[in-house]
Design a protein around this ligand. Structure first.
Ligand code: SAM
Ligand code: SF4
Length: 430
């Protein structure tokens, strides 16, 4: 979602003459688009601002000014505090106020600092410019839903991104049509809780995510659809059925389970048990047996015992994941879990994370090896690292490298998968 927001910020600033640069030395404006989900991510912002300050001073010595903005959820959560702690910052802008960025930059160029952390999201989507037609791209993200009303006890999202908000279907369809017109073949719909999507349709009524996906699948040149991140409680029958009957919906689902112990799931306020999670997976696999599953897992939630952690490991063994993201629990200010007394010591969290990640890696490799020998349609996205190589994605989101012409980029071609490396597959085209 931050990658998507960053793109939209660049577009919002283009009319004022800004363009992207990879080199901080060249930048008249540096924007840190930040994440507040774990303490480590939030702390990075301040160390990075130290680096920005040095660049700003070096540029100043050559008579060049540098504006500095902090955007994203750290901006939202810490507001004024950022300017107090890091005087190098000129602009603090929360994720729901991105449409105000161009004005804030204009203000900052006259020496005025701003802190803008207003909700709600609807103003932003209406006010951001339509997506640019510049860069050619095969795969794109589109935010369809923001915020969250679930209030898992460990999570800051409901506080930083605000209440659940769904964009209207017509706005999303128009955005995807524009992307399709500029060559995009694959769209990933984004939301903190994307399957809670419920957009108000122009003709009345509300569309769920399944209906939206079906409609987007009608756009002829859009070949592949994905969505992330889903909550197990919001996987409704329509969405499950879609995995079985919509060829454009890829057989890949990111469905966090967080913990394998029902006691911990209850304390997390996840609103489902481990058995319900597994039952759900069974129902989806019944309509799409080759489904690749991805997940998020947290170790060391307050009160987690060795036995609770064992439950997490055995769930991983039973389900089998093609991909996973795993984290040590990080106490976030203002969340209920941060106030719990039985916080797990850092050493135990570290040990559990290492054991979990070893198991998840095994599971991922097993999945990758299972496609060796198969012929898979690959959507080519770019040049490979080696000359003469092109790279793309399998339906299961695996990176695939083949020898082939650059003309394949933007197209889907059948590839015989020959080998599974540590992070990607290699194949040949016949
Ligand atoms: N909405 C998604 C869901 O319900 O699973 C998750 C969105 S959250 C931005 C991404 C992941 O970060 C979560 O699934 C969780 O595993 C992890 N996460 C969130 N808060 C965390 C915390 N306080 N400590 C560690 N990991 C956390
Ligand atoms: Fe955070 Fe996801 Fe829970 Fe919402 S559903 S509170 S985004 S973990």
């Amino acid at each position: 979602m931050n990658a998507y927001d960053s793109e939209r910020m660049a577009e919002a600033l283009a009319p004022a003459g800004f363009e992207l640069t990879e080199a901080m030395d060249d930048a008249d404006l540096v924007i840190l688009n930040t994440c507040h989900i774990r303490e480590k991510a939030a702390e990075k912002v301040y160390s990075e601002l130290g680096r920005v300050r040095l660049t700003k001073e070096a540029r100043k010595a050559h008579g060049r000014d540098t504006m500095v903005a902090v955007a994203g959820c750290v901006a939202q959560a810490e507001g004024e505090e950022i300017i107090a702690r890091a005087p190098v910052v000129d602009i603090v802008v929360g994720p729901q106020s991105l449409h105000r960025l161009a004005d804030l930059v204009a203000k900052a160029s006259t020496g005025k600092r701003s802190v803008e952390t207003e909700f709600p999201a609807q103003d932003k989507f209406a006010a951001l410019p339509q997506r640019a037609t510049g860069k050619r791209q095969t795969s794109a993200f589109v935010t369809v839903q923001e915020g969250c009303d679930k209030f898992c006890t460990f999570c800051v999202v409901p506080y930083t991104r605000g209440a659940e908000y769904s964009r209207s279907p017509s706005e999303i369809v128009a955005e995807v049509e524009r992307l399709a017109a500029r060559g995009v073949r694959e769209v990933t719909l984004l939301g903190q809780n994307v399957n809670a999507y419920h957009g108000d349709a122009a003709g009345g009524g509300t569309w769920g995510l399944a209906r939206l996906l079906r409609r987007l699948g009608e756009i002829p040149s859009i070949a592949r659809l994905r969505f992330t991140t889903s909550h197990p409680r919001d996987m409704d029958d329509d969405l499950i059925a879609l995995f079985g009957d919509d060829e454009k919906l890829m057989p890949y689902l990111h469905l966090p389970f967080q913990a394998g112990s029902d006691r911990i799931l209850g304390a997390m306020n996840r609103k489902h048990t481990a058995e319900e999670y597994e039952g759900l997976i069974e129902r989806i696999r019944a309509v799409r047996p080759d489904l690749a599953l991805s997940t998020d897992v947290i170790v060391g939630f307050p009160g987690e015992t060795d036995a609770d952690f064992e439950d997490t490991l055995s769930l991983v063994r039973r389900v089998g994941f093609a991909q996973a993201f795993s984290f040590k629990y990080s106490a976030r200010p203002g969340t209920p879990a941060a106030k719990l007394e039985d916080q797990v010591p850092e050493a135990a969290k570290k040990e559990r994370l290492a054991a979990l990640q070893a198991l998840l890696e095994e599971s991922r490799h097993a999945f990758d090896r299972s496609v060796v020998g198969r012929r898979l349609p690959v959507l080519f996205e770019g040049k490979g690292r080696k000359p003469g190589q092109v790279t793309g994605r399998s339906p299961y989101l695996q990176a695939v490298h083949v020898e082939g012409p650059e003309a394949l980029i933007g197209h889907i071609a059948e590839v015989d998968i020959r080998a599974a490396g540590p992070n990607s597959l290699t194949g040949v085209m016949n």
